[in-house]
Every structure is written in structure tokens, then in C-alpha cells.
Design a binder for this molecule. Sequence first.
Ligand SMILES: Cc1ncc(COP(=O)(O)O)c(C=O)c1O
Length: 457
Amino acid sequence: MADPATATKITLDESELPRRWYNILADLPSPPPPVLHPGTLQPVGPDDLAPLFPMELILQEVATERYVDIPDDVLDVYRLWRPSPLYRARRLERALDTPAKIFYKYEGVSPAGSHKPNTAVAQAYFNAAAGVRRLTTETGAGQWGTALAFACAQFGLDCEVWQVRASYDQKPYRKIMIETFGGVIHPSPSPLTEAGRKVLAEHPDSPGSLGIAISEAVEVAAQHADTNYALGSVLNHVLLHQTVIGEEALAQFAKVGLTPDLIVGCTGGGSNFAGLAFPFLRERLAGRMDVTIRAVEPASCPSLTKGVYAYDFGDTAGMTPLMKMHTLGHDFVPDPIHAGGLRYHGMSPLVSHLYELGLIEAVAKTQRECFEAGVRFARTEGIVPAPEPTHALAACVEEALRCKETGEQKVILTALCGHGHLDLAAYGAYLAGDLADHELADDEVAQAVGALPQVPA
Ligand SMILES: Cc1ncc(COP(=O)(O)O)c(C=O)c1O
């Protein structure tokens, strides 16, 4: 056992890499509402999803068994960077003068610099095994597009990415990284698709959104028999693949003989948050752990804290099935904040369901507070975080300072899901005092959710 009094970096041997993903559906008190076909409003079946996804992933989407084996070929690629380290943030603790113990699970050691390859590699593997030749996808900040381009290169697939225009302009090096891995990338909205052309006709200067980029990628995949679509978040199978993070973290905490009292993670579509939190939630549901789990989202795109829980499309053009989730409306275009990966109008149906069940909490943060926490973290711990996990860090700092007031020695675990080496322009803007805060007002929310699809109860 590592010495809890001195350990800074808690690592696992490659032989301790988890060999199974955890499916939380097996342990929930009630299942989430079904995904509906937009035409018939009946629950979708495997055949409805077959034009976009290989059957193995469709089966994982609806699986109810507690564990799914990770294929050996996927484990082989995971070994390039997994198991990822768990750190004790001793320097941050000292700077905050808090009695809290702060830990962070660092996913920035992956080839893309974030948690995204955990599912990209799995999705590329199952598509290649099914004979698919090309994958299309959307990307926000570019982490997911990079991850999928890397994963496609591992399994001999072509990869075509639509990147949200605001992020495409803010983060030019992501394009070069995607091309270096062999991918093709377009800014979204693009003139290449019906969905993109429609947006451009109405808003030639549109900053884009994840919903629009998803429409473009889905449209192209649906039109070509040899092409499938891959989604970087939101869906059950994506969250399933990310649970490798939490399984490792559980084993790492066991090495120092501690358990977290609070887990904080940022939520765009919910995948890094779920990946870290779900295995701990399994322990809590089984009565083996008492841990609070808190999602942190941007105040400019507050799907959990201000959105409605309703059936909505996953994309802007309305091509995907209808999912019951916390949503701001599928045509909502968020303010172009620098945490591009958090600019999604909805939230994973599974995370939304857990929120409805009261199993998780949610808070919203504005971007300057987040960058302040990111800079504080960089100056103490030496890692420049991606703008997305600075949201979790802001909530972590808030809790650590609360502990300073109360004297509580809480154990806090933060999902540090990526580094910000290709997001430095955002830090430049923050340091120059050029970043504005934007909080979505209640009347803007009411307007945004005004045109949700009508689904009978
Ligand atoms: C570094 C990083 N963190 C978080 C997210 C948000 O996605 P999710 O909520 O699925 O983890 C993204 C999405 O692109 C990302 O790149």
C-alpha cells in the first residue's frame, strides 16, 4: 500500500488495467425512459440505429448486464497511456490552506490529451471489426476529433470531422493534429451538407454548435453504406467505455486506504463525469461508500441546472432519435465560450436520469472563475488544464475553501479530463483580461426551449 501521508502520484501497473467496462444500468432503481423514433414516436430498435452504428455498439447501448469485457485489441491500445495516474494535489492544498485532501485523476496523458480516446479506440475497433471503412463525427474543442482520428489510424479507418466553427477558429492546432493522425476536417456549419447549407443561408457568420456539427456528420454517414457515425459523448455506450477511468481510480484509492467524500466533474455531454463517477456510484448504491457526486456545467450552457427534462433531438437538424434528457432545445446555439466541449444543448440521457433520481447534484460556473481556478492549478500543480475541466476545478476550489471555513478534512476527487496545451489562446485571452462572463438568463432559457418536439406523455 502507498503511504497516504506522502504519496503524490498513485499509479497502477499495466497488469492492473481494468478488463471490463461497468454498465450502471444494471444497478439503477429504475431504467431511463426509452429512446424514441422521431417518425413513429415508438421506442427505437436495433434496425433503426444500424445505418449509423455497428451492431456490437448498438447492443452495448441497450445492454443491461453489469459488466462488458474490453476486447484484447482495445486493451493493447489502452496500454499506450493507461492506467492513468491519480495525483494528490498537495501543492494546491497548501496554496488554499485547506484541511481538505484533493485528488485528481489525470486523463491528459492520452495521445489526444484527454479522456476521449477511451471510447474512440473502442468505437473504431468495433466499426473496423464490422467492415466499416470510414467514420464521420463532430468535434467541439477538437479533443474528440483528435481522439477519433488517432483511433481510426490504429484500425485502418478513414476519419472525417466537422469542427464547430468557433473552436475551429480559436484552436487552429487541433486541425493540424487531426490531419497528422490522417483525418480530414471541416469547419461547421459547412457548405458540404444540406444541414450546414441551411444554417449558413440563415446565419452566414454562425459560430456553429455541437448540434449543427452532429447533423452534418450524421447526414454524410447516413448517405454512404461504407460510412458510420461516431459520437464522442451522450450515448450509453460512450459512457460505458469511459468507466475504465473510475475503475482505475477505485483501485488507486484502495492503495492509499481512502475513499472520496465528494467527486466533481465537468459535464458537456456527460462522458468524463460518468466515466469517473459511475463505478463510485455503484459502490454507493451497494451501501459500500458514502460519496456525493457533483456535475459542473458552464453558466452559458446550463442544460442540467436550467434546461427542461424532455424529449429532444441530439442534433440541430432533427435527424437523430428523440432522447429524454435535460435540454436547452436542439437549435440552441451557446455563447462561444472557450470550453468548446461543454457547448452542447443537451445532457446524456443517463446522467439526466440520475439527476432526476436525485443521485447526483449539479452546479453552473462562469468562465472567468473557471480560468482563475485553472491558472491557480497550473501555478501549483504544473499542469495547464483544458478549459472544460477548469469548471470542475472551480467547484473543487470552492469546496476546499468551504472546508477551510468548517475545518472539515473532506477527500475531494476531481476529474482532470484533459490538458490545455492546444487551448493556450484561451489562457492568453484570460490573462489579458479579455474574457467575458455570460450567464444564460431565465427568459433566454424559456425562449430556447420554446420549440421542443411534441411527444405524448
Ligand atoms: C477535455 C474535454 N473535457 C470535457 C469535454 C466534455 O465532454 P464530456 O462531458 O462528454 O466529457 C470535452 C468534450 O469535447 C473535452 O474535450
